[in-house]
Design a protein. Structure first.
Length: 82
């Protein structure tokens, strides 16, 4: 697993970051990594998790719900959470 800096993490796509995060979880769950390596990859996992959450939040704000009239005709859009 390459050791990327925070700026490199921010350039990762959601899918790439999630894939790397899954690899980290598997390695930590296996218990095969020495303590120091476990701490380092855990910290990297935290950074990847934050990156994924930020990308999901950004996508969520872009999603809109189409509003319909009583006749079923589209009348516009509103944020999904309304």
């Amino acid at each position: 697993m390459p050791n990327k800096t925070a700026s490199e993490i921010s350039s990762l796509s959601f899918e790439a970051a999630l894939s790397e995060l899954e690899q980290i979880v598997a390695k930590l769950e296996s218990g095969e990594a020495p303590l120091q390596e476990s701490i380092a990859i855990y910290e990297r996992g935290e950074a990847l998790k934050a990156h994924c959450e930020a990308q999901l939040k950004a996508a969520e704000t872009r999603i809109e719900k189409i509003t319909l009239s009583k006749a079923g005709e589209p009348t516009g859009t509103v944020p999904l959470d309304e």
